[in-house]
Write a protein that binds this ligand. Structure first.
Ligand SMILES: CC(C)(COP(=O)(O)OP(=O)(O)OC[C@H]1O[C@@H](n2cnc3c(N)ncnc32)[C@H](O)[C@@H]1OP(=O)(O)O)[C@@H](O)C(=O)NCCC(=O)NCCS
Length: 177
């Protein structure tokens, strides 16, 4: 699952952002994202009682998992050269074959400046240019900020929902490219 030309480094550019493969040295940013997750996010996506995943484990994941080089791209601010999160597409297996999910997550300190909307718009454009025709996005019903971003970039809610008694309802949204 990738955006861009197969075999070449994926780079998308917007007025304020560069989206490109993660570097091993940026594992600490990924760990910060883990530590900041909302308590309503399921445990397998939160730091566990023993401190896993550690920075070293996340470094290994960046080294070995191509998700971090061609799927979920690092979002770098051009003005400050810092990585503030990720945005991209991932084959979660929840949608039809060939229709990946859009995903994004940013550090809290940069929220509400339009970065997610800007990054996701570039990813949509890249996905369209790579031949994808439809993307999905799943979002917890309580996640108002993410639902707002998805609405701004043209995703619409479908009838499909998954109800989890503890964590809430997962809404399935879709966008034709
Ligand atoms: C979702 C997320 C990526 C948004 O990033 P961002 O850069 O702040 O997004 P933007 O600034 O582009 O847009 C956010 C929009 O949500 C709105 N918003 C923010 N918090 C909100 C809230 N609590 N309730 C309602 N709307 C909210 C903002 O006002 C803005 O809308 P506007 O442009 O109409 O004013 C960020 O909140 C995040 O990383 N959340 C945790 C991870 C996550 O939820 N990922 C998505 C999983 S589906």
């Amino acid at each position: 699952m990738s955006i861009g030309t197969p075999g070449s480094e994926v780079v998308l550019e917007t007025s304020r952002l560069l989206l490109r493969p993660w570097r091993v040295a940026e594992a600490a940013v990924q760990r910060e994202l883990w530590t900041e997750r909302d308590p309503r996010v399921p445990p397998h996506r939160r730091i566990d009682a023993d401190g896993h995943p550690t920075v070293a484990e996340l470094e290994d994941s960046i080294r070995t998992n191509e998700l971090w080089s061609s799927g979920l791209l690092a979002v770098e601010r051009k003005a400050t050269r810092d990585v503030v999160g990720y945005c991209g597409i991932v084959d979660s297996g929840r949608g039809p074959a060939g229709e990946p999910e859009l995903a994004f997550e940013l550090l809290r300190r940069v929220w509400c400046q339009g970065y997610a909307t800007e990054a996701a718009s570039a990813v949509l454009e890249g996905a369209r240019a790579s031949g994808y025709e439809r993307l999905w996005a799943t979002v917890w019903d309580w996640n108002s900020a993410s639902r707002r971003v998805l609405a701004k970039i043209g995703f619409t809610e479908t009838d499909r929902q998954e109800v989890d008694a503890v964590h809430g309802i997962t809404l399935f949204t879709v966008k034709q490219l």
